[in-house]
Write a protein that binds this ligand. Structure first.
Ligand code: ADP
Length: 223
């Protein structure tokens, strides 16, 4: 089953054609990497998949729901129910602990369950850092808090925009291990990265140029 179906999607900002008749299907549980030069439309596509923007033309179905016709409120609801977001910048609240940051996200999802927030932090190996503030955590640990935060609504799709972009090699490895684990558990992952080694973890790498997919590389490890 395809969890995501993008059909003939174009996105224009005035005269700027950022995405051009894009076609992409992602099946449930698949890990797809997106690579391409700066300005090629990667973040624009992620924003559309993440229900933060709509295409100018074309169709996008998430979990069978056509999103291009939804209004802002409906898009927000769909995002809340189906999408987990991980960014390059961590966007953690500095005066809240790791646990409180995850619980704040629960609040946004109308959940209040400390045990579940602790379980999410345990899943990313931070069970012993629950009461640390972001400033008391390494970059890799902060990113793991962000992943825990993204997981609390059991998202159908995890969208990650350069999740290792701010990390050193060691922390990059730790974060990639977390993503490998999530993939093994059956999560669907769509990840933008500039790093070929990071992309090689995915089942497919989709290469962008000037708003088009110019090449798809299939990872033979998964074949
Ligand atoms: P990438 O993520 O591949 O670097 P983006 O999707 O961020 O590329 O941007 C693609 C192009 O669209 C860029 O030229 C960028 O300046 C332009 N762009 C992105 N968002 C907007 C916007 N809201 N308004 C106008 N132009 C935009």
């Amino acid at each position: 089953m395809n969890i995501l179906e993008i059909n003939n999607v174009s996105k224009n900002y005035g005269n700027l054609h950022v995405l051009k008749e894009m076609q992409l299907s992602v099946s449930k549980g698949e890990w797809v990497a997106i690579m391409g030069p700066s300005g090629s439309g990667k973040s624009t596509l992620l924003n559309i998949i993440g229900c933060m923007d709509t295409p100018s033309k074309g169709s996008i179905k998430i979990n069978g729901i056509e999103t291009s016709q939804l209004n802002k409120k409906q898009l927000t609801e769909l995002r809340r129910e189906t999408i987990g977001l991980v960014f390059q910048q961590f966007h953690l609240i500095p005066h809240l602990t790791a646990l409180e940051n995850v619980m704040l996200a629960q609040y946004y999802h109308s959940i209040h369950d400390e045990k579940e927030a602790i379980a999410a932090l345990n899943r990313v190996g931070l069970g012993d850092r629950l009461h640390h503030l972001p400033s008391q955590l390494s970059g890799g640990e902060q990113q793991r808090v962000c992943i825990a935060r993204a997981l609390i609504n059991y998202p159908a799709i995890i969208i990650a925009d350069e999740p290792t972009g701010n990390l050193d090699d060691e922390n990059e490895q730790i974060i990639m291990n977390v993503f490998r684990q999530l993939h093994q558990e059956g999560h669907t992952i769509i990840m933008v990265t500039h790093d070929k080694e990071v992309a090689e973890n995915a089942q497919r790498t989709v290469m962008f140029e000037y708003g088009r997919i110019i090449k798809v590389i299939v990872n033979t490890i998964y074949a």
